[in-house]
Design a protein around this ligand. Structure first.
Ligand SMILES: [Zn+2]
Ligand SMILES: [Zn+2]
Length: 433
C-alpha cells in the first residue's frame, strides 16, 4: 500500500518482530505503520499524545485511592451484611495462607497499576515541560515493561463475574468504589492508547544519530546493527557482537535475546507440569452451614451453565481453560517449528505469537474472582469461601506462560528461514488495524 501523502521520511528503522531493515516514515496522525514481512505494528501516530497522556495519568492518579480503598460491593445474606474494597479483596489471599498467590494479586491488582500511572505522569510531565533529564527514558522503559503486568482491567471483569455469580444468593449493592474503579480502568486504558512511543522516544534523543546501514543488507543483523527491544534505538554492534546497554533507555541490547529458546522451553514445560494440578485439584472451597464443598475450575464453569449464565460460563471457560491451553500449544508449535527449521506459515506464526502476548494476562481472571469471593463471603458459620491448592498451580501456569512469551525472541522464527523481502511499509488506519 502507498504511504499517505502527509507521511515524511525520517531515516530508517528495524522491525522488532523480524529484524527487517525499513525506511522510517512518520505517518499522519491516527495511522498505523505495519511491517510488510511479519505484520508487526511498527508504530501508531497519535495527535496531542503528550498532553493527553499527562491529563489522563493525572486523572487516573486522582481516582486511584477512592477506586481501591472505598467500598466496592455491599452484600446482604439473610440480614447479615458484608462488604469489600479492591484493597481488602487483594489482601484476602494472605489470610488464606496463599502467600504467593496473594503477592501476585497485590502486585498486579494494586501496586503495578499505581506505578504505571506514576511513571507515565512523570514522563509526560517532563516532555510537556520540555525537560531533558536522564531519568525520563529510564522511567519510560519501566512503564513500557510494566503495562502488561498492571491488570486492573482483568480485575474489573472479575468484579462483574463476582456480581453475577453472587446475585442468586445475596442482595448486592454497588458502592462508590465500584464507580471510581470503572473510571480508573477506562482512564488507564485510554492513557495507554494515546501514547505515541516513537514521538516520546525521539524527544529524549539527546543528540543521537543512528548509524547508516550498508547498502544491500536486509536485516539489522546482516548490517551489523542491533536494535533496543524497548525504545527501538539502533546501534552499531561493534567488535565481538556482545550484548550492550542501550545509550538512550538503559535496557539490554542483543542481536537475539540470550538463551531465548532454552528459557522458553523451560517455561513452557513448567506451565505444562502446573496445568495438571491446576485443573485436577480444587481451586475454591465453599463452606455452607459448616459443610465444605470443594470446586475445580471445571466445576465452576459447569455451575454457570447449569444456572443458565451462559455468557459468564463462556468467559471463564475461555479465560481459565482455553487461553492457557492456546498459549501452551501455540508456544510449543513455535518452538518445534524453529527446532525443525520449518519455513512455512511464518507470518501466521508471528501473528499467533503476538496474539499469545496479547491474551496472556487475561487468564488471571479466575484468581481475581476467588480473591473477591474470599473477601466478600465472610458470613461465619452460615457461609465462607476459601482458596484451595489449585489457585497456586493456576497462578504458576499464568506466570510461566507469560514469562515464556517475554523470553521468546520472535526474530528467531525468521532467522530459521530466508524469506523474499518487500521493503515497502504497509499502512493501515488505526480503526482498521
Ligand atoms: Zn517484521
Ligand atoms: Zn533503548
Amino acid at each position: 500500500m502507498q504511504p499517505p501523502s502527509s507521511a515524511t521520511h525520517t531515516g530508517f528503522t528495524v522491525c522488532p518482530g523480524c529484524d527487517l531493515l525499513l525506511e522510517q516514515i512518520r505517518a499522519a496522525a491516527d495511522h498505523t505503520a505495519v511491517c510488510p514481512r511479519c505484520g508487526s505494528r511498527l508504530y501508531r501516530a497519535r495527535r496531542d499524545s503528550v498532553s493527553k497522556a499527562l491529563a489522563l495519568s493525572l486523572t487516573g492518579l486522582l481516582l486511584y485511592l477512592p477506586a481501591n480503598f472505598m467500598t466496592l460491593l455491599n452484600f446482604d445474606v439473610l440480614g447479615t451484611p458484608s462488604s469489600a474494597s479492591i484493597f481488602s479483596s487483594s489482601l484476602s489471599m494472605f489470610a488464606q495462607g496463599q502467600v504467593i498467590v496473594g503477592a501476585v494479586v497485590v502486585l498486579t491488582g494494586l501496586v503495578f497499576p499505581l506505578l504505571t500511572l506514576l511513571l507515565l505522569f512523570a514522563v509526560s510531565l517532563g516532555l510537556y515541560r520540555e525537560w531533558q533529564r536522564p531519568w525520563m527514558p529510564v522511567l519510560l522503559r519501566r512503564y513500557h515493561h510494566l503495562t502488561e503486568w498492571a491488570m486492573q482491567d482483568v480485575y474489573l471483569i472479575g468484579v462483574f463475574v463476582t456480581i453475577i455469580k453472587m446475585s442468586h444468593t445475596a442482595a448486592i449493592e454497588p458502592g462508590v468504589g465500584l464507580y471510581c474503579f470503572v473510571g480508573l480502568v477506562l482512564v488507564t486504558i485510554a492513557a495507554q492508547s494515546v501514547i505515541d512511543y516513537p514521538l516520546f522516544w525521539s524527544r529524549m534523543n539527546q543528540g543521537w544519530e543512528p548509524p547508516l546501514p550498508p547498502p544491500g543488507a536486509e536485516t539489522a543483523m546482516e548490517a551489523g546493527l542491533m536494535v533496543c527491544h524497548t525504545c527501538r534505538m539502533v546501534v552499531a554492534a561493534g567488535d565481538g557482537r556482545k550484548p550492550r546497554t542501550c545509550p538512550r533507555c538503559g535496557g539490554r541490547i542483543h542481536f537475539r535475546r540470550h538463551d531465548s529458546i532454552s528459557r522458553t522451553w523451560a517455561l513452557v514445560i513448567t506451565a505444562i507440569i502446573f496445568t495438571f494440578p491446576a485443573n485436577l485439584l480444587p481451586i475454591m472451597e465453599v463452606e455452607y452451614l459448616g459443610v465444605p464443598d470443594r470446586n475445580t475450575i471445571m466445576d465452576g464453569i459447569i455451575y454457570f451453565f447449569h444456572e443458565g449464565s451462559y455468557g459468564i460460563g463462556a468467559i471463564i471457560l475461555i479465560a481459565s481453560i482455553l487461553v492457557p491451553l492456546f498459549k501452551i500449544v501455540g508456544m510449543l508449535l513455535i518452538l518445534l517449528s524453529i527446532h525443525f527449521r520449518r519455513q512455512g506459515w511464518l507470518r501466521h506464526k508471528s501473528l499467533m505469537f503476538r496474539f499469545i502476548q496479547f491474551i496472556g494476562r487475561w487468564s488471571m481472571l479466575d484468581i481475581f474472582v476467588i480473591a473477591l469471593l474470599c473477601a466478600l463471603v465472610r458470613f461465619g458459620y452460615l457461609s465462607t469461601v476459601n482458596a484451595a491448592p489449585a489457585a497456586f498451580y493456576f497462578t504458576g501456569v499464568v506466570l510461566s506462560t507469560m514469562f515464556s512469551a517475554i523470553n521468546f525472541d520472535p526474530r528467531l522464527l525468521w532467522d530459521a528461514a530466508a524469506m523474499p523481502v518487500s521493503r515497502e511499509t504497509s499502512y493501515a488506519t488505526a480503526s482498521s488495524s
